[in-house]
Design a protein around this ligand. Sequence first.
Ligand code: ADP
Ligand code: MG
Length: 351
Amino acid sequence: MFQNTKESKTKLSELGEFGLIDHLTQFFKIKQTSTVTSIGDDAAVLKHDKHTVVTTDLLVEGVHFDLAYMPLKHLGYKAVMVNLSDVYAMNAKAEQITVSIACSNRFTVEALEELYSGIATAAELYDVDVVGGDTTSAIKGLTISVTAIGQAEKEDITYRSGAKPNDLLVVSGDLGGAFLGLKVLQRENEVFKVNPDAQPDLEKYNYIVERQLKPEARKDIVELLAALEVKPTSMIDISDGLSSELMHLCKHSKVGANLFEDKLPLDPMCISTCEEFKLDSTTVVLNGGEDYELLFTVDQNDFKKIKANPHLTIIGHMAEQTEGIHLISRMNTKIPIKARGWNGMNEEDED
Ligand code: ADP
Ligand code: MG
């Protein structure tokens, strides 16, 4: 995309703000019919026939990412994914994004090109138009904010509040990988600090490192549910961890839940990495965040439509609110689920 520039280290001041915006956004193409006008005017103009959904996430260096092990290209990709994931969690189709960045003069034009190539790849693969943003300098570090805009028919939108007692609790994909990938990257980074010549051996951790560095928002699950003619009664994406997202669904829907430990979806690499790090895999699945899978509830009548689907796992069911929220362990004991950790790792309750 940006060829012949990788060798040079161009200061941001050489291009100036407007030159920089033009340079970074020059390759963005408009594909969505709902985009009337895009980058270049004071505001983008959109025309949505259905209901519009809007969501924003802010990523701050040192808080949400560490550039020691997060390549800028991946960061750009991930910043888009975390937002698209929120649109899909509403059972909507994402069509536009805006991208705002604040960065210090420690960053070069080439560094921002890397960031934007990740953003461009994400926009291309997920079929969203980049229709605007803002660019500003910062005293320190890098901050990136993405806003995603999508649309859906009013009756298709899924809220956190629609779950009923006895609804099945379903999750896409597998859980815990992104957290374990971060553990591996942090360990390699520590080794590197002590011995800069050490070659990181990340090959055998490929899947989980990718889950951390290059998460995929589950657009395919929204499409799958539509094809199966299943409308979830409630839905949320897993950014913070299964236990806290389940608590959000329960709180907003005014229901309880029973989650079965033996049903939690774990990749074999997650199991082996948990053993290596001496971590309890159930704790990792419940509390490890950033998997960006979808957690949703469906009516019991939809059981036939979703059972045995390789992308979906039924992990429990909703209950009356008075029953509370529990993990049913492999030993068949009922353990109350707390916002962050049922095992006392962190006793703090969320609001
Ligand atoms: P304004 O002064 O009205 O905020 P800007 O000069 O900041 O305008 O932006 C000019 C155009 O470039 C606008 O369409 C804006 O949405 C777009 N833009 C600015 N920064 C970015 C960015 N980082 N990524 C994508 N588009 C951007
Ligand atoms: Mg501006």
